[in-house]
Design a protein. Structure first.
Length: 103
């Protein structure tokens, strides 16, 4: 085979968003423009541009600060969850699954 092949995989649930949850905040703070997801049910979303987000603290300080605090809390929670998953993966005994025993 020459080139690149993308093999579609089964859907993987990475988040269960609830009212007030954030999705895509990395796109607002970094130059990341790709985000994909599938809603499991009817979903209403609010979209805010990077420029509007940057102007919000100056134009509406109380709202801007509150929104940024929510972003920080959301990112902190995601980092803690990611660290938890990393620790679980490190503790996982891959040899036991593969039938390899230590002698």
């Amino acid at each position: 085979m020459y080139g690149r092949s993308d093999t579609p995989s089964a859907p993987l649930e990475i988040a269960d968003l609830t009212p007030g949850s954030f999705l895509g905040e990395n796109c607002l703070s970094r130059s990341v423009f790709r985000l994909s997801g599938t809603a499991a049910e009817f979903t209403e979303l609010l979209c805010i541009s990077r420029g509007r987000l940057k102007a919000l603290p100056e134009e509406h300080p109380a709202i801007g600060v509150k929104l940024l605090q929510c972003f920080l809390a959301s990112l902190s929670e995601k980092i803690m969850r990611s660290n938890e998953l990393r620790r679980e993966a490190e503790a996982y005994d891959h040899n036991a699954v593969n039938g390899i025993t230590e002698e």
